[in-house]
Design a protein around this ligand. Sequence first.
Ligand code: ARG
Length: 473
Amino acid sequence: MSETNAQPLWAGRFADKPETQALGFQSSIAVDKRLAHDDIRGSRVHAAMLEKQGLIPPETASELDKELLAIAEELENGSLCIDMGAEDIHSFIEGELTRRLGDAGRMIHAGRSRNDQVAVDFRLYLKRTVLALCGEIRETIAALLDKAERYAEAVMPGYTHLQRAQPITLGCHLAAWACALKRDRGRFLDALGRLDECPLGAGALAGSGLPLDRAATAKNLGFKRPTLNAMDSVADRDFALELASAAAITQTHLSRFCEDIVIWASEEFKFIDLSEKWSTGSSIMPQKKNPDFAELIRGKAGRTAGNLVALLTTLKGLPYAYNKDLQEDKEALFDSLDTVALCMRMFRGMTGSAAFNTERMADACNGGFLEATDAADYLVRKGLPFRKAHEAAALVVRDCIDAGQRGIAERTLEQLKERSPLFDAGIYDAITPLACVRARKTLGGASPDEVRRQIAELRRDIEAPSYGNHADT
Ligand code: ARG
C-alpha cells in the first residue's frame, strides 16, 4: 500500500494543517472509490487533449498515460490499495501521479476542477453500470415470459380487492409483471440517453481560459456530445434523480410481485411452492417454511424510495453551481442501483426454482362465482341490455348462495330461466373457467392466444437493440 497522500489538493492556500476529524468528515473516498477506473479513464482522455492543445509537452502526456494505466492495473491486481485517508478518489489518483512522476503529475489538472471531474466520472460509471442493470431486468423479463408461455392455459382466479374477480391464467399474470418491468427498463434507458453528455471542461463552474477541446474529450470518452452550459454541467444532478426514481419504481414493482408471492405461498392459497433453497425456517416453529426472500425484496422498496427522497431533499435548496452537498448524491444512487440489481437476481432465483401449483389455482376458480360476469355477458350476446343482464346474473348468484350452491352451473336450466328466459343449454359450456378465459380475446385480454401475442411483443422489445434506440437524440 502506498503511504497516505492525504495532503489535500488545496493545501497551498492554508497555513494551518486541517483538523483530522474535519478532514475525515468531508472525505468521500469510502463511497467514490468505486469511480477509480472511471476517474482514470477521464484523466487519460483529459491528458491526451491537453497535449493536443499544446498545454502539456508530449513526453509528459505519455508519462501520464503510462502511469495512469499502471495505476489502473495495480488497483486491479491488488498491488495498489486506495488510500482511505485521501479526500476523494480524484485526489487519490492525482496524488499517486504526483508521488510517482513529480511535476508531470502536477500538470494533469490544468483546465479541470474536481467539480467537472466528479460529474464526468459519475456519468461514466452510470453509463456502464446502468446498462448492466438493464441487462438484469431484461433477463428477468425473459424468464417471466418463458414461464408465462408455459402457463398460458393454466387458469387461476384474478383478483380485485384481493377478492376473486374473474378467471385469468397464470400466463396472463406473469405477462402483466413483465409489462411493468419492460417500462422500468425503458425508464433507465431513457435516463441514460439524457445523461449521455460530457461535463468535462466545464471547470469549476465557468469553463476555462485555456484552449480546451471539449468536443474531443466528449467524443473520446464515448459521450454523444459535450454538455451545453458549464454551470449546468457541475450543478446538474437530475440524471441521478431520474435514475433513483427509475430504481424506486422498479423496486416498487418487485415489491408488489413479491407481495403476490407471499400471498400465494401461504397455506390458505398454496398457489406456489417455493424451493427449500429459496426459503428459510423458524428458530422456534419447526413446521415453518417462510418466504423471507420475497419479503426482503419487498422490504427493500423502502430503501430505494428513501434514497430518492434523500436526493430530492439534498438538491432542493442548493444555490448554483457546485456545493459540497452534492457529494451526498453518490451514496444514495449507488445503494439504489445495487439494491435493484441484487433484487433482480434474487427474484429470478426465487421464482425460477418455485413450483406453481396449477391444480390448486384451477380449483380456486370454483366456488367464488368468478363466472358471474360471463353469465351476464351470455345474456348480453342474446340481446339483453347489460344492466339487466348484470341484475339477472346477480339474482342467480343470490339463488345459489341461498341454496348452498357453489357455482352457477349447479342451477338447473329451469331455475336459471326464472331469472332470465334468455338462458339456454349453451350457458353451461360458456361459464367453465377455461371458457371464460378463452372468451377474453380483446386486445390485452386474458385469452391464451392473446397472452401469447403479448408475450411475442414483449420478446421483440427485449431483443431489440436497446441503448442507441432509446437515446434522447
Ligand atoms: N468528492 C467531491 C464530490 O463528490 C468531489 C468534488 C469536490 N469539489 C469541491 N469543490 N470540493 O462532490
